[in-house]
Design a protein around this ligand. Structure first.
Ligand SMILES: Cc1cc2nc3c(=O)[nH]c(=O)nc-3n(C[C@H](O)[C@H](O)[C@H](O)COP(=O)(O)O)c2cc1C
Length: 371
């Protein structure tokens, strides 16, 4: 192994889960679950990444038991007959030496960006909005909210029962949980809304607390968050570290063990006005403010620079150098890799062994295959 990348291959333990290395497969919707049921296709796809050396696999978003929780027909359910399929997935991933958690999800009022498909029931969201200027679907009632919190808790309980090692709640990218966080989509004046981000976090906090009660103390809970939304890539929920802390600390208190901080580029500093252009990224700030472990993500392994970095002159800063340096200074604990792992299922092993021959750069045409 190139000495410089040893940090990536250090084991990591959180509660009942021990990972052989710091590399996480980012959750990526693939849309190949026929009738919404996971099965052999998914078991083969994920176990191939475990064989390829991924430490922790986070599955594609898989939806909780609410009538309009998904927005495409190939998105897998995380309830009903699909759970048997997910059991096969965990069995095969474990046999291949990997760990795995499902990303449990509700799309809120986001319809598919790639197809004209809608669920039988109307979309639901905090205030019946997709964006401040785009109404869509119904406003959730108290009963809808209570049922949704219970659906997340049930999904997490089922995750544990199906043999998963942890669970991730999708609280990012402008979907349901994030629609509660975001003032543009949460206009409620009851206890689920309010002028502060801390008030608008009540829904997420209740989801996390209900999950914690359902899975017990030792089962790791991950919450994925993002500043950016699909509705507005420039959106920011927390514009100061103070605001970030007041958002995330109550969620850590509710039971989050790991914050998965979604950025499009892991090297983007979150508050450069405070610590400069090489300052902490979102995962760095989240770790510093909450004391919880964090996962970073964003454009790892996508450039030729990254792929060739180990054999290059290391005096030049490259993508990989920046990543390793951030991990060495303990800015965050784990790094998620998305598109590079679609294209190269054995990406971690190749990085470990310095076997870069034949590594391919991601192309959108790779999304047509599910293997
Ligand atoms: C095809 C595709 C599907 C995705 N689906 C999800 C998803 O279901 N849930 C989620 O949180 N992020 C999703 N993402 C975002 C990824 O998890 C990841 O954050 C993003 O791709 C950046 O990482 P990368 O640059 O390593 O690809 C998706 C990304 C891609 C490319």
């Amino acid at each position: 192994m190139p000495q410089s990348c040893e940090i990536l291959f250090k084991p990591f333990t959180i509660k009942s889960m021990t990972l052989p290395n710091r590399i996480v497969m980012a959750p990526m919707t693939r849309g190949f679950a026929a009738d919404g049921v996971a099965g052999k296709l998914q078991a083969d796809y994920y176990s191939r990444r475990a064989q390829g050396g991924v430490g922790l696999i986070l599955t594609e978003g898989t939806v909780v038991d609410r009538p309009s929780a998904r927005n495409e027909p190939g998105i897998p359910f995380f309830h009903g007959p699909s759970l048997d399929g997910w059991k096969d997935v965990t069995r095969d991933v474990h046999q291949a030496g990997g760990a795995i958690g499902p990303q449990i999800w509700h799309v809120g009022s986001c319809k598919s960006s790639s197809m004209e498909w809608e669920p039988d029931s109307p979309f639901e969201s905090p205030s019946g909005l997709f964006r401040s200027d785009v109404p869509r679907g119904t406003v959730m009632s108290e009963e809808d909210i209570a049922d949704t919190v219970a659906a997340f808790a049930q999904a997490a309980k089922d995750a544990k029962r199906c043999g998963f090692d942890c669970v991730e709640v999708h609280g990012a990218h402008g979907y349901l949980v994030d629609q509660f966080f975001w003032a543009d989509t949460n206009r409620r004046d009851d206890r689920w809304g309010g002028p502060t981000l801390a008030e608008r976090s009540r829904f997420a906090a209740e989801v996390i607390a209900a999950i914690r009660a359902a899975v017990g103390e030792d089962f790791p809970i991950i919450l994925r968050i993002s500043q950016w939304k699909q509705q507005d890539l420039t959106a920011r929920l927390a514009t100061t570290p103070d605001e970030l802390g007041r958002w995330l600390c109550p969620l850590a208190d509710a039971g989050v063990d790991l914050f998965h901080c979604s950025q499009r580029r892991f090297w983007t500093p979150e508050f450069p006005e405070i610590d400069g252009e090489d300052g902490l990224n979102l995962a760095g700030w989240a770790k510093k403010l909450t004391g919880a472990a964090t996962i970073s993500v964003g454009s790892v392994g996508l450039s030729g620079d990254f792929v060739h970095a180990f054999h290059d002159d290391h005096s030049k800063p490259t993508g990989i150098d920046g990543l390793l340096r951030r991990m060495e200074r303990d800015e965050f604990d784990l790094i998620a890799v998305g598109r590079a792992l679609i294209t190269n299922p054995d990406w971690p092993k190749r990085i470990r062994d310095g076997d870069l021959e034949g590594m391919r750069t991601f192309s959108t045409t790779d999304l047509a295959q599910f293997e």
